[in-house]
Design a protein. Structure first.
Length: 210
C-alpha cells in the first residue's frame, strides 16, 4: 500500500502515519524528519533548509524532491510506504507522478486552525529517531523519553505561536490545493481530525478499508 498523508501542520499526520506504519508493516517517510536530521548534522542540504524552516517557509521543491527520490529507492519501500509531509505543493505532486510512482490512497486529516495552535504547543519529538508525541493526546510512557529509542524528547523550535500562524498561512495557500488535485484523481479520503487520537484513527481505517 502506498499512502500520502495530507493535513495542516499539527493535524496529526505524523502520529497517525506511525500507527498505520505498524499496522500495515510499511515505512513512514517523513520529509520533515529527514530535513531536520540534515539540519542537526549540518549537511549542505540541512544548512540550506534551515533558513526556510526557521521562517516558517517551505523548503524549495528541488531539494525536497531529491531527498524523496533517494529515500523511495531504498529496499524497505518495495512493499509500500507512507509519505508524511510530501507532496506539499502541486509541482511536488506532479514531480511525484513524473517519477512513475502510483499512489493508492491520499488521506486528508481535517482540523480547525484554532485547535491546531493549541495542539502544537504540546507537541514533542524524539531528538534521535523523530517519533512524535503529545503531552496530552499521545504522551510517551517514559515521560520526556522516547518509547522507541530512549532518547530525550524535545519541543521543535518552529512550534511557537507566530511561526505556527505563518505555517498555517503557507499551508492554506500552497498545500491545500492538493486536496482538489487528488480528489480529481479519485483517490482522496477525508478524515475528521478534530476529535481524539483514536477517533481520528478509526475514521482513517474506516475510509481505507471501505
Amino acid at each position: 500500500m502506498k499512502l500520502i498523508m495530507l493535513g495542516a501542520p499539527g493535524a496529526g499526520k505524523g502520529t497517525q502515519a506511525q500507527i498505520l506504519s505498524d499496522k500495515y508493516c510499511i515505512p513512514t517517510i517523513s520529509t520533515g524528519a529527514i530535513i531536520r536530521g540534515a539540519i542537526k548534522n549540518e549537511t549542505p542540504t540541512g544548512k540550506l533548509a534551515k533558513g526556510y524552516i526557521d521562517r516558517g517557509e517551505l523548503v524549495p521543491d528541488d531539494v525536497v524532491i531529491g531527498i524523496i527520490k533517494e529515500r523511495l529507492s531504498e529496499d524497505d519501500c518495495t512493499g509500500g510506504f507512507i509519505l508524511d509531509g510530501f507532496p506539499r505543493t502541486i509541482p511536488q505532486a506532479e514531480a511525484l507522478d513524473s517519477l512513475g510512482i502510483e499512489i493508492d490512497r491520499v488521506v486528508d486529516i481535517e482540523v480547525d486552525d484554532d485547535l491546531i495552535v493549541k495542539r502544537l504547543s504540546g507537541r514533542r519529538e524524539c531528538s534521535k529517531c523523530g517519533a512524535t508525541y503529545h503531552v496530552v493526546n499521545n504522551p510517551s510512557e517514559k515521560g520526556d523519553i522516547c518509547e522507541r529509542c530512549s532518547a530525550p524528547l524535545i519541543r521543535r523550535a518552529d512550534d511557537n505561536p507566530e511561526t505556527i500562524k505563518s505555517r498555517l498561512s503557507v499551508y492554506h495557500s500552497q498545500t491545500e490545493p492538493l486536496i482538489e488535485f487528488y480528489k480529481s484523481k479519485g483517490n482522496l479520503l477525508v478524515a475528521d481530525g478534530n476529535g481524539s487520537l483514536d477517533a481520528t484513527y478509526n475514521a482513517i481505517i474506516k475510509a481505507l478499508e471501505a
